[in-house]
Design a protein around this ligand. Structure first.
Ligand code: FES
Ligand SMILES: [Fe+2]
Length: 413
């Protein structure tokens, strides 16, 4: 459990909150590149950590991400005209470029200096892995773009979707590192290779790293070796999943009650084949079916995820809810928009969750004391999740570091 104060500290992400300011030190996904398919196309609304923004691709193909409110009288730039290298407010014609400069102010023709005094908040953007990423922190502290493997492989090697979750980002991230739920929540949907429910691990450990941590689960084998899964947490809200193809999530706070869950599958060294893509697209795994034109899943909390109680009783599905991603989303939303962590009872199987909270609280304290957050070194992200055998007698942390580190990244060749 957590104190009320620590729960607030970890879950609040608005500008000026400790966690919000920490997240703003990293590059974070804002939207898909193909949501801005062409220069001078329609602007798109984006909300990140409670900030309402608007994204657009200018005449030169550059992506801008501006405060949605026009600094004149706060009209929405979503309705703006995207033309001649800038977004023009349709209320009185003020126009802004991707850097936030006011480049035209036609309503005040007698004051040539006025426009030089006007700036709109604009966040720098980069396109990587089919997505637009932004940096919302202090300009002089902007880090290099992290070398997250799935963002650097060719498009053919990667499949990415996103869906909204009606709950706080930390609930979603903790759900991702909650290992024992695999043996229950997803029973009937994601079972072991023998078709039986995934056995509850007997080892739960966490290895701290310079980019976050690695959550280790598994069991010791009769021969003295250990069969382990390494799931990686990258600061501030990424997971690399120990599946094949390799999976990943990014849980980006839309605001404190809503999270954009990006879900990824990729191969480092080859395209996803037709069969793998078909599996990704059948909605049974981490990519739920969406309502057309939206980021909301068809199975959502308004329809109780169309829970099928007879299927649940039949023994074929522990939840009676279709799809692993919807099961996760549904159960995490059921805890309320921001879970009350003061009333929990955590056990050994919650080791990763306990350690993630401790790590984040320690980082917040370090940063408040003037320290630098971990994971700002782009190359420290050259890591990969997966399953491995730890040889008898080899220290866990050594074995984990050896396994997760990408020795020769294909993308760096
Ligand atoms: S409110 Fe945008 S130009 Fe007046
Ligand atoms: Fe899950």
């Amino acid at each position: 459990m957590l104190s009320r104060e620590d729960n607030e500290l970890l879950t609040r992400t608005g500008r000026g909150t400790p966690m919000g300011d920490l997240m703003r030190r990293y590059w974070i996904p804002a939207l898909f590149s193909n949501q801005l398919p062409e220069p001078d196309g329609a602007p798109v609304r984006v909300k990140l950590m409670g900030e309402k923004l608007v994204a657009f691709r200018d005449t030169e193909g550059r992506v801008g991400l501006l405060d949605e409110r026009c600094p004149h009288r706060t009209a929405s730039l979503f309705f703006g005209r995207n033309e001649e290298c800038g977004l023009r407010c349709v209320y009185h014609g003020w126009k802004f470029d991707v850097e936030g400069n006011c480049v035209d102010l036609p309503s005040e023709p007698w004051d040539k200096d006025f426009k030089r005094k006007i700036k709109i908040t604009a966040y720098p953007c980069l396109e990587r892995g089919g997505m637009v990423w932004t940096y919302m922190g202090p300009p002089d502290l902007k880090p290099e773009f992290p070398e997250i493997e799935w963002t650097l492989v060719p498009d053919s090697h990667r499949y990415v979707t996103r869906h909204l979750q009606d709950c706080n980002w930390l609930q979603a991230l903790e759900g991702g590192f909650d290992v024992s739920h695999l043996s229950f929540l997803h029973q009937g949907t994601a079972d072991g290779p023998d078709g039986r429910p995934i056995a509850i691990p007997t080892r739960y450990e966490v290895v701290p790293t310079d980019y976050g941590m690695v959550s280790i689960t598994g069991r010791d084998l009769p021969d003295g070796n250990s069969a382990l899964a390494a799931n990686v947490m990258l600061m501030p809200f990424h997971k690399l999943i120990s599946t094949s193809p390799i999976g990943a999530h990014v849980w980006v706070p839309v605001d404190d009650n809503e999270t954009m869950n990006y879900s990824v599958e990729y191969w480092p060294d080859r395209p996803l084949n037709a069969e793998e893509l078909a599996e990704s697209q059948d909605y049974s795994f981490i990519h739920p079916e969406l309502l057309p034109g939206s980021d909301r899943a068809v199975l959502n909390k308004d329809n109780d995820y169309l829970v099928d109680r007879s299927l649940q009783k039949s023994g074929h599905s522990y939840t009676g809810i279709f799809g692993l991603g919807v099961q996760d989303c549904g159960i995490q939303e059921s805890m309320g928009p921001v879970a009350d962590r003061t009333i929990e009872h955590l056990g050994v199987s919650d080791t990763s969750i306990i350690q993630i909270r401790r790590m984040l609280l320690r980082i917040l304290k370090d940063v408040a004391d003037g320290g630098t957050p971990p994971g700002l070194d782009a190359k420290s992200y050259r890591v990969r999740s997966g399953r491995f055998t730890l040889a008898k007698g080899k220290p866990l942390s050594e074995g984990v570091h050896d396994f997760v580190r990408i020795k020769e990244p294909a993308f760096a060749k």
